[in-house]
Design a protein around this ligand. Sequence first.
Ligand code: BT5
Length: 313
Amino acid sequence: MLLRESGDYVSGDLIAAKLHVSRTAVWKYVNHLERLGYLFQKSKGKGYRITGTPDKLYAWEIDRHLRTDVTGRKVVHRETVDSTNAFAFKLALSGEPEGACVVAESQDAGKGRLGRKWFSPVGKNLYISVVLRPHIHPSSVYPITFLSSLAVYDTIGELTGIRPSLKWPNDVLINGKKVCGTLIELSTEADMVRFVIVGIGFNINMQRSEIDEEIINKATSLSIETKKIYERALVCGILLNHLEEHYRYFRQYGAPGICGAWEERAAIKGKTLEINQMGESYRGVVEGIDLDGAMLLNMDGKVKKIIAGDVNF
Ligand code: BT5
């Protein structure tokens, strides 16, 4: 931080004095940072100057962008995991507090809903899982999917000015293609939620050539849409800021606040949609989202409540 703020050479003596450590400890620390991908110029007389920062989701890189009280205040970073959700679930079981996050550069077994796969190329996107511990009944958890989509929606707006679209129940799209999906998983105890894991897969710098054949026509990334490369730690910090804002709102106003905000941004009322639920297709006019997060479809005058499913275009 000291080196980055200065932008110039900082002597080993000054760093040692500021950090209350020995010169040898400073030297070891600089070597450690080099192994993590940071670049330095070293001069016998002048000290150290930082010349390059890796595009990595290290906790301290994310922390620079946080305005939160709890969300993201602890970040566990891994090069690769099976699934950040599975990892965060284990941490939460062992007592990790609310707001703790797992981020990974890649996932070997990234999960979508219903056993589907989440493609997770190395070092390009964001794969993050956040531990939340809301004091609610398990039946009230579903709107948390909406609050994570809203956080991504606001992050995209803040970074690019683009207004993405929200697709029920958990997708964020740009120009009709999926840029983000969220997966919430929960652990319950008696009639209470013990914790919720909010998993977010957000495509940032992935290029078209890096998209798996299977999803080439339905996936996109911020970079594909804007022709820019983003600092992922910055994107992650902004996302966590918005996530905390929406989570606060959810705790204050409950499901009506969040479902209402999602419904308004998704602008789906009155649209005709076809929804697939467990192999059955339902076509009708959207009446809205109820407080369970379920879709209310008016099918020839009869309103059908659809709890989980996929919207067909
Ligand atoms: C989702 O499922 O959209 C939830 C995805 C959640 C992923 C995050 S990554 C961090 C955390 N850890 C995990 O293990 N998971 C979470 P669903 O609505 O079922 O959509 C899955 C479908 O999206 C797949 O069947 C593909 O068609 C498509 N898909 C897969 N990978 C994609 C990607 N990277 N970008 C866009 N679409 C993708």
